[in-house]
Design a protein around this ligand. Structure first.
Ligand code: IPD
Ligand code: CA
Ligand code: CA
Length: 271
């Protein structure tokens, strides 16, 4: 099947991510409302304001497309994985816990999926003014300059990233993997934004990343960034990645096999 990028989609996603990011940046130091979606899963007024802007722009420009935003304000229809329609997968604020504490590390993530594949990914970090863009078959860029994954070829020399989901059982499982890597690699970072973690793998600041469970809006844009920057992206079992898989392991191609093997070993060790 030929994938056709809808006319104007790339420019709209870029402009919208930057404008939504500006909302987040402007509101960071202001008073905010914080609601709880779960025991530790937060949503702030800024998440909602960002999604309002992104959802309005995209559903107005492409009323025939599906739109799935984390805060659900614009969800239309069921997740059409593998269908021929276009679906926008949007995290209006990835890094909400950071944001709620005014820890300045978060992003807006916008992706377009077609026939089960991400074809466009845009991630914007408003605090560093860093814009990551990827288009299937056309590479990945940071502020317009091409990016590529690192060349670190063994876990011992790698700086890795992960994240911890809001679910306590998933946290316990990932703590085992995290503990294992503490003595195996140069360092493990957990800085609260999966979308930025994936962009950091794409531009070589991190050598590899893993996390589960995640949602399509966390993963979609960043996963394409890694692929288009020359990295390898799969599920935990090494089978092909898809935006609705809810898990990811990725790294540069030299490191991937060793990283993936260690993750399987550590997750099965006491499981
Ligand atoms: C979270 C962040 C975090 C990851 C969590 C996600 P949110 O997204 O990406 O890094 O570890 O699993 O849910 O809630 O800040 O949009
Ligand atoms: Ca998220
Ligand atoms: Ca979010």
């Amino acid at each position: 099947m030929t994938t056709v990028m809808p006319v104007g989609a790339r420019d709209l996603a870029i402009e919208t991510a930057k404008d939504a990011g500006a909302i987040l940046r402007e509101r960071l130091e202001l008073d905010r409302t914080i609601d709880f979606k779960g025991a530790i899963d937060l949503v702030t007024d800024a998440d909602r304001a960002s999604e309002e802007l992104v959802g309005t722009r995209i559903t107005t420009a492409f009323p025939e497309h599906q739109f799935v935003g984390e805060e659900s304000m614009f969800i239309s229809g069921d997740t059409p994985a593998g269908s021929e329609s276009y679906t926008w997968l949007v995290d209006p604020l990835d890094g909400t816990t950071n944001y709620a504490h005014r820890y300045p590390h978060f992003a807006v993530s916008i992706a377009l999926e077609h026939a089960g594949q991400v074809i466009l990914g845009v991630v914007y970090d408003p605090m560093r003014d860093e814009l990551f863009v990827s288009e299937r078959g056309a590479g990945a860029t940071l502020n317009g300059a091409p990016i590529s994954v690192s060349a670190i070829d063994n876990v011992e020399r790698a700086l890795l990233g992960t994240g911890f989901a809001y679910d306590p059982d998933a946290r316990t499982e990932n703590a085992r993997i995290w503990n294992g890597f503490l003595s195996l690699c140069q360092g493990v970072r957990r800085d609260g934004s999966a979308a930025l973690n994936l962009c950091y793998v794409a531009c070589g600041r991190l050598d590899g990343f893993w996390e589960r469970p995640l949602n399509a809006w966390d993963l979609a844009a960043g996963s394409l960034m890694v692929e288009e920057a020359g990295g390898v992206v799969t599920g935990f079992d090494g089978t092909p990645f898809g935006p609705y898989r809810r898990e990811i392991v990725c790294a540069n191609g030299l490191l991937f096999a060793e990283l993936s093997r260690e993750i399987s070993r550590l997750s099965n060790e006491h499981g």
